[in-house]
Structures are given as structure tokens and as C-alpha cells.
Ligand binder design. Sequence first.
Ligand code: FMN
Length: 378
Amino acid sequence: MKLTSKICDIFEIDYPIALAGMGGASTPELAAAVSNAGGLGILGAAGCQPEELREWINRVRTLTDKPFGVDTLLPASVRRASQTANSDNGPDPMEQVKGHMAFAQQFMADQQLEKPSRAGRPSNNETKPPGKRLVPLSKEFFEAQMQVIIEEKVPVYAAGLGSPGPWMDEFRYNGTKVMAVVGAVRHAVQIASSGLDVVVAQGHDAGGHNSPVGSLALIPQVVDAMGNVPVMAAGGIGDGRGVAAAMMLGAAGAWIGTAFLAAEEAGILQFQKQALVDGTEEGTVISRSVTGKPARLVRSKWTDAWENADINPLPMPYQSMISGPILAAASAAERADIYPGIAGQGMGMIKAVRPAKAIFEEIVEVAETALSSAKHFV
Ligand SMILES: Cc1cc2nc3c(=O)[nH]c(=O)nc-3n(C[C@H](O)[C@H](O)[C@H](O)COP(=O)(O)O)c2cc1C
């Protein structure tokens, strides 16, 4: 029996499974492989400069004629910060940057990390088209990204953080389907009021920014609150059994990140893929040390350093100014002890690096078997 749901009609895809938008990791090659296999490939474009994003969209279009999507972040905190820049909101993060930089420099010296040369940086940066570089995750940055997404009339847009509400009229005009990732019922209700096609309920097990609420408890509660708006489940879905379980909880499909990180096409470094294969379900931690927002990361000397520090990470987007050079240096030196990457608790299910098509097909087959045999329990 074939796995299907109304998600397939909404996105015009064969199976109700999406590659999660994972910044830098969900490349055009990975997204196209998932779309070609019958799912919905989503570009993890959160860190792309606007012209790089346009290039990614063009590239995915050369690799597949199937529907695909683009995921970016629209953090409400950044919009709020720009609106209240001159009001009294506690210490100005820009003034704290210097002290945090000193912490990072000491860490770099202790770990004998060298500032990477341009050539040593991960490949994402090497092919960036020229053009004005905007400060990543600033308001100006994500508004310029949205302009490209609208101009390119992409089939699907996903907001990984925040609300796509202000752009809904243009999306509707273009025929773009819109989804948003939420971690609480009240966020789902708030964001769905802008007229979303699909909501993604992402629980605490998930890699990256996630929710304080576990996936098993969150998913049915978001499903109940959404009524007719279909919900895709995310967080800890590492194989087809997870997809089947999510559908039993009322989800209409799954949005899967970590399981696709070990795909050959994923845009992370080889030593980070090996760290996923070597990792276990206990190997992740929630930390603000990379982006400034709580995110599930693979535990490392960098996350430990912040856990033991007597200063707190800065809010988004300032903490990336502190972590960026460290992570670039650790990547260039292939230091899995410092930057093994970002992953969810499903990491322990990863046994090998494989082509995305093989990962996808196995997920579908196992989900179909699990759902077909569910009737034996009653
Ligand atoms: C390496 C990595 C990067 C991520 N980057 C983003 C991102 O840029 N935007 C976003 O919406 N979510 C991001 N996420 C979260 C995923 O979209 C997704 O919700 C999550 O991976 C689902 O949980 P799972 O990893 O357990 O499958 C990221 C997750 C990972 C593992």
C-alpha cells in the first residue's frame, strides 16, 4: 500500500515527506534528490546572501522539474530589536560583543585553532556571487531574501522561525504554497491566522532551533488546534517508523532533517557526517552558543565552554559574530571535537553516509510496512 495524504495534493508530490530546510546543509543537490525521489526538497537558505539564494533556486531548477521549496528564518526578535533600537531594553548587545570576542579568542588560543584562510573555508563560501553583502539574519538581510523568493515565484516557501504574514498577498498572487515551523500551539494559532497551507510542528527532539515541548506531546496538540490546516511533524523522525508514528498522532506527513544530514548530497563537511555516524542518541545538547537562540547541537568543546562560562551567549543575531570565526576555524581544521555540527536526537539512528534517494526510499518503505501492520494491534 502506498504512503499518501492530503499533503501530496497540496504540494503535488508523491509522498508526504519533506526534506527539512537546514541552513547550508539542504543544498540544491540534496533538495533536488528528495524532490526527484517523490518528496518535497526544501533549500536550507537561511544563511544565503540574496544573490546566492537566487543562484541556488536556479540550480535546483536545473536538477529537477518537480516542486521544491525554500526555507529561511524570519526571527521576530530581530524585527522587534530594530523597532526598539533606541529604547531602554537592558544592555546593548553591540557593547557586549567585545567581551565575548575576548572569550572566543581565548578559546581559540586554548584549542590551538588558527584563523582560516579564505581557501580553507567550507565550499558554500567559495562560490558566492559578487554583490553587496548584508549582515546575516539582520532585518535588511531577510527582507532582501524574501524579495528574491517572491521574484523567483518558488513553488513552496517555509518560514523556519517567525511569521510569513507580511508577504502572504504576494505569495498568494504567485501561487506559492506557504508553510511555517512552530514549537507551541499558541504560535501555530497565531501564525496560521495569516492563511498558511501547512504547519510544521517541531518538537524538542529536533536538530537546530526547536521547542521546549517533546515531539510526541506537541504534534497531536498542534493537530487538534489546527483543524483543517494540515500539520507535518518534525523532531526525532529518523526512519519510517517515526513517519508512521507521526501519522498516528494525526500529522499528515513528516519534515525530516537529521536523517538527511548523512546524505552524500548534504552540504556539511565529511568529518561532520562521520560524527553523525559515530554519534548516539545522547550526543546532542540544547545550547545558545552558535546562534544565540536555544538550538539542539552535537555536543562539543564549544558548547561545553559556554555551559561552563560565567557569561551568557548574546541574543540572535549577535552571537553568530562570536561563534562564526570559531566554527569556520574548526571546520577548516576538521575538528569534530569543536564543531561536529547540528543534529537532533535521531542521530543515533544514522549508520552510514548514503545517497539521499536511498535514505528516502527506505523511509517510505518502512513507513508503509509499519502503517500496513498497525491493524495487528487491535
Ligand atoms: C543541521 C541543521 C540545520 C538546520 N537549519 C535550519 C534552518 O536553517 N531553518 C529551519 O527552519 N530549520 C533548521 N533546522 C531545523 C530543521 O528544519 C528541522 O525542523 C529539524 O531538523 C527536524 O528535526 P530532526 O532533525 O530531528 O529531523 C536545522 C536542523 C539541522 C539538523
